[in-house]
Ligand binder design. Structure first.
Ligand code: SF4
Length: 118
């Protein structure tokens, strides 16, 4: 059966299984890369005005920060922001993904996502 062990010591069935595993792994790598690119594209739409987090209403989220170098806002707990949060004055609210706000048609008038349709 020497003819079946022609690719790196694998017979054709082992080679096919290994090839399928490699293909699945590559699909996963490509999928993750695309997800990352889509996330960055989507995040890049935001102009960091902070209005959705209360930058203009006098009682912003306590996690909202202003980057003095750029004049743009950012969340100090972005990766764990979703769920119950407090404003500077202590009022409790629930932080939700911007996609949920888009779906409900509740974007601020000047929000950059208005121009993209989400
Ligand atoms: S209101 Fe819109 S553009 Fe402004 S920070 Fe929030 S998501 Fe970004």
């Amino acid at each position: 059966m020497a003819g079946h062990r022609e690719r790196g010591g694998l017979d054709k069935h082992q080679y096919t299984r290994q090839s399928n595993k490699d293909s699945i792994l590559m699909d996963g790598v490509i999928y993750e890369a695309r997800q990352r690119m889509e996330f960055e594209r989507y995040e890049g739409i935001c102009k960091r005005c902070g209005e959705c987090c209360g930058s203009a209403d006098g009682d912003p989220c306590a996690n909202l920060r202003l980057d003095l170098a750029t004049g743009k806002y950012y969340c100090s707990t972005y990766d764990s922001r979703l769920g119950p949060q407090k404003t500077v004055s202590g009022a409790v609210f629930t932080c939700v993904p911007i996609r949920g706000i888009i779906r409900q048609g509740l974007l601020r008038p000047d929000c950059a996502y208005n121009k993209t349709g989400g």
